[in-house]
Design a protein around this ligand. Structure first.
Ligand code: GLY
Length: 567
């Protein structure tokens, strides 16, 4: 059933004056220098990691080689999210157009169960899924990197890890942003660990040197022994010992049994663009496609980015997609996900049936939908394109800043606190305020639902954009907005990434906005429609590459130290 109200809203009759507003917004939006390259490019959260990856490709390596080198380099120079002790997702498109997605998400240890974080009365024990040894899932990053390398790599593993070993041993100088982060989290890092050798007692400042000998040793073991250098032997034992020290439940068997999974990508179309996204256990691919499909028929390129109709429409679509996420998405190896129903055109049209042009919906009135059952027919992101035409989009995470903040004694890296991405109890929000249900309850060996949205976009059969973001629940909407900024609002890659962002996730029922996202007049109009607002310092931190006229345009997010490097 079509909602006439919605059709009217989306029709082309409405005024075009917004073009001027959008031009103004483009001029006023945050900017940083646009990096352009002829052949290959890496955009990541740290300049050293981007340079390491670009150098690998300059020496003849491909995007998958660069991915491995960048991942391990980020584990050294960006320890708050780069990791050995976390997990993530890779979306890739090879030069011949084939698509591959790899799920290296952490898994619940075998001893985990649905009541893990509940007290005797069945109430959630605050902090248990976030701040303790019990909050860590079995790490997947090393397995993921090695599997992708085994399939697509051309440079030896030892050569790809060597730069990171040197960086860990010789050290690197921290930035202003990193000094501020370390000062903010130092107390918790010290409280939760007896000894992090490189954490000092004085105030951190830009230019301080960080040397990580233990991490260099752990990386050396991976370079020399591959999978067994992490999931077996000394490093595995250090992880198990660390877990035991704090009453955690990760065992040697959990590590031995860890294996990442090649999955079928979520593929959908938005106008002339083909979107290649990550399937569950990430919600990113499905939620992004749902939102795009709910807004596709509306002329938002005419309305412009800074227009109440554009924002109201996107917020209402986001509200409905996140409501669906709460009920229908989880680990597909444990829960039957109605994937095709959730992406069905008629279903998505029906989701907007109660859309009102002039009034914000109330999230408590918006239930998760009933998709038809159809037959099957603090995170970080990096984007890479190589000189052969391969593209890799990877989002990886420890969950919180420095994950659980628990440092594996002697091994030199932090354990994730990804278990908080499970639903500890139906209806009780996690640290991102996200609500979950049966689909995402804790079970032994299950992967927790994610919002990570590594994405690749094709246009006319050719590679067009590679993008992704950290930011927990805001990842999906950050990717959405950067995509729309380029495709609907005709921004360049850097401009699209730098532009201010907003976010709605069904519950809590409010629009999260960065400072100065909307001017007071626009905010007033949206408030009158019933929308409520909450300020966020940053929403997402997108690193992206646009392919245009045979050139690569980098979009490195100025919200961090993110840098594009290419040749
Ligand atoms: N840990 C954040 C996410 O996976 O969505």
């Amino acid at each position: 059933m079509i909602n006439v109200n919605f059709l009217l809203y989306c029709s082309n009759f409405f005024k075009r004056a917004v073009v001027i507003t959008s031009l103004l917004l483009m001029v006023l939006s945050l900017r940083s220098q646009q990096i352009v390259a002829d052949s290959a490019m890496v955009v990541s959260a740290h300049p050293i990691a981007s340079k390491v990856g670009a150098q690998i490709m300059r020496n003849g390596g491909n995007a998958f080689d660069a991915m491995v080198a960048v991942h391990f380099a980020l584990a050294v120079v960006y320890p708050r999210a780069g990791n050995l002790g976390g997990g993530g997702f890779m979306v890739s498109r090879t030069a011949n157009g084939n698509m591959y997605t790899l799920d290296f998400r952490e898994k619940a240890p075998a001893a985990a169960h649905a009541e893990l974080y509940l007290d005797k009365q069945g109430n959630v024990i605050e902090g248990l899924s976030l701040n303790t040894h019990l909050s860590a899932g079995v790490p997947g990053s090393v397995d993921g990197m090695l599997r992708a390398h085994e399939r697509f790599g051309t440079v030896s593993l030892a050569d790809l890890i060597q730069p990171s070993i040197e960086l860990a041993r010789v050290g690197f100088y921290i930035s202003q942003d990193q000094a501020a982060t370390l000062n903010r989290y130092e107390k918790e890092l010290k409280e939760r660990n007896e000894n992090i050798p490189w954490i000092k007692d004085e105030i951190w400042k830009s230019g301080d040197l960080v040397q990580q000998e233990d991490l260099a040793n752990s990386l050396t073991k991976i370079a020399e022994r591959g999978w067994s250098g992490f999931y077996r032997g000394e490093t595995a034992q250090q992880i198990v010992d660390e877990s035991k020290r704090g009453n955690g439940i990760i065992t040697a068997e959990d590590l031995e049994n860890y294996s990442s999974v090649w999955r079928e990508p979520i593929v959908g179309y938005y106008d002339e663009y083909k979107i290649i996204g990550m399937p569950p256990p990430s919600s990113g691919g499905i939620a992004l496609m749902q939102i795009l499909k709910m807004i596709e028929d509306c002329p938002i390129h005419k309305w412009g980015p800074d227009n109440k109709k554009t924002i109201h429409l996107i917020v209402e679509a986001e509200r409905r997609a996140y409501a669906d996420r709460s009920k229908h998405l989880g680990d597909p190896d444990f829960y039957d996900i109605p994937e095709f129903g959730l992406l069905n055109t008629y279903y998505l049209e029906s989701r907007m049936n109660d859309f009102e042009r002039k009034r914000a919906s109330i999230s408590n009135d918006i239930e998760p939908g009933n998709p038809p059952v159809l037959e099957s027919v603090e995170t970080t992101h990096y984007s890479i394109v190589d000189q052969f035409g391969n593209a890799v989009s990877v989002t990886t995470t420890l969950n919180g800043h420095f994950g659980s903040k628990i440092y594996v004694d002697g091994a030199g890296f932090f354990l994730n606190n990804e278990m908080d991405d499970f639903s500890s109890k139906p209806g009780v929000p996690n640290m991102f305020g996200l609500i979950g249900g049966e689909a995402n309850l804790i079970e032994a060996g299950k992967r927790m639902l994610s919002s990570m949205t590594p994405t690749i976009v094709e246009k006319d059969g050719s590679l067009f954009m590679v993008l992704g973001s950290p930011g927990g629940s805001t990842i999906i909407t950050s990717v959405l907005q950067v995509f729309l900024n380029v495709t609907e609002h005709e921004m360049g890659m850097q401009e699209a990434v730098s532009a201010k962002r907003f976010h709605h996730q069904w519950l809590p029922d409010k629009i999260f906005v960065e400072e100065n996202t909307f001017d007071s007049k626009l905010k007033g109009k949206l408030s009158k429609m019933g929308h409520e607002f909450e300020m966020r310092r940053f929403i997402g931190k997108v690193d992206a590459i646009l392919v245009k006229d045979k050139l690569l345009y980098g979009g490195a997010d100025p919200r961090g130290d993110d840098t594009a490097s290419g040749f």
